[in-house]
Design a protein around this ligand. Structure first.
Ligand code: UFG
Length: 350
């Protein structure tokens, strides 16, 4: 199929980690991913499967032009700030980009007649609340975000749901659990700067590319005292977006769907798995808890199966770690790409 006849999907934040993997999946499934990204945290090198537009969510004119130029029929909205810890220090920034930025996008979609949205939400909307650390989380579980980041994702969901009811928008909010791993091609993978996520930091420590890991707390009410998370391979996560785009829903429908495996892994288990894959232990020490971290976030993924016909196929901890390690070991990517970004930033202050 030639590019011109493919349905165009605007992918905000498509130069980022999950966005780039989803752009690849869209291309493979016959869509044209039109990436719209301000490169504040994404990488131009990660845009490989469709056109790139350098733009900001808060620029309505540029968003409108992008939609018109490619005759966009749906939007997948990734662009936003993601670091839980930073959100506790700069909540206003998170509200501006994650909530006000989403309002802008919805306004432009309505003006341009784009009626279909897939939104990057997060397990952070749940927090710990009154839930025991043994319970997996259904979509109707109590919402008690433990960080401003989680607040902004929940607020954006509410606003999207209200606009579905009011204006007939059709939307699916995917509540990601912990995205991890890299595309098996080795072309794209996780590269945040600064990196704050457990798996890349543990791998960098084991490879000697980064400092020793600090385990944030060992006094949680979990089997080994470290936090439990539901790690989902980014390739599985990307496939969930294509399924959410395709699912048959009436105008005005809003669905929120967990994307996880249903299995929790502790920080200590991840550290051990990285040690096995690298063949060298992960240098680490135990430090205090990180503000905003719930003890346990494990999905009940049944709704994703029922509604989207989706299930995780590549999300064993071994496969996730093996693919992440392949990416991190490539000197041009992983830690290498982060260093390039870092040196560019220090030469040109922004
Ligand atoms: N951790 C450490 N040391 C580190 C980094 C992380 O012990 O140096 C721990 C954290 O305390 C947490 C676990 O490893 O228990 C995972 O932490 P990440 O930072 O990798 O991921 P989070 O669970 O904090 O957050 C991620 C995404 C969020 C999303 C959330 C949903 O970044 O956007 O998963 O589960 F909301």
């Amino acid at each position: 199929m030639d590019r011109g006849s493919k349905p165009a999907v605007l992918v905000t934040g498509g130069a980022g980690y999950i966005g780039a993997h989803t752009a690849k999946a869209l291309d493979e499934q016959g869509f044209l991913p039109v990436v719209y990204d301000n490169l504040s945290s994404g990488f131009r090198e990660a845009v490989r499967w469709g056109p790139f537009i350098h733009g900001d969510l808060r620029d309505r004119a540029a968003l409108g032009e992008a939609i018109a130029a490619y005759d966009v029929s749906a939007v997948i909205h990734f662009a936003g700030l993601i670091e839980v810890g930073r959100s506790t220090k700069k909540p206003d920034l998170f509200w501006d980009i994650n909530v006000a930025g989403t309002t802008n996008l919805l306004t432009v979609m309505r003006e341009r007649g784009v009626g279909r949205l897939v939104f990057s939400s997060s397990a952070a909307v749940y927090g710990q609340g009154g839930r025991s650390t043994q319970e997996s989380i259904t979509e109707s579980a109590e919402k008690a975000p433990s960080s401003p980041y989680g607040d902004t994702k929940l607020a954006a969901e509410w606003m999207i749901a209200a606009q579905c009811r009011a204006y007939g928008l059709t939307a699916v909010a995917l509540r990601y659990f912990n995205a991890a791993g890299a595309d098996p091609s080795g072309l794209i993978g996780e590269a945040h700067e600064p990196e704050t996520h457990l798996l890349p930091l543990a791998i960098a420590a084991a490879l000697g590319d980064g400092p020793a890991l600090t385990v944030f707390g060992q006094d949680f009410q979990t089997p080994d005292g470290t936090c439990l998370r539901d790690y989902i391979h980014v390739t599985d996560l990307a496939a969930a977006h294509v399924a959410a785009l395709r699912v048959d829903l009436p105008p005005g429908a809003f669905e929120a769907v967990n994307v996880g495996t249903g299995e929790g892994q502790s920080v200590s288990q991840v550290v051990a798995a990285v040690g096995r894959a690298v063949g060298a232990p992960v240098p680490h020490s135990v430090g205090p808890r990180r503000e905003g971290d719930p003890a346990s976030l494990v999905a009940d993924p049944r709704r994703a199966r029922e509604l989207l016909g989706w299930r995780a196929n590549h999300s064993s901890l071994e496969e996730i770690v093996a693919d992440a390690l392949r990416w991190e070991r490539n000197p041009r990517y992983g830690a290498g790409l982060r260093q390039v970004r870092h040196s560019i930033r220090s030469e040109v202050p922004v």
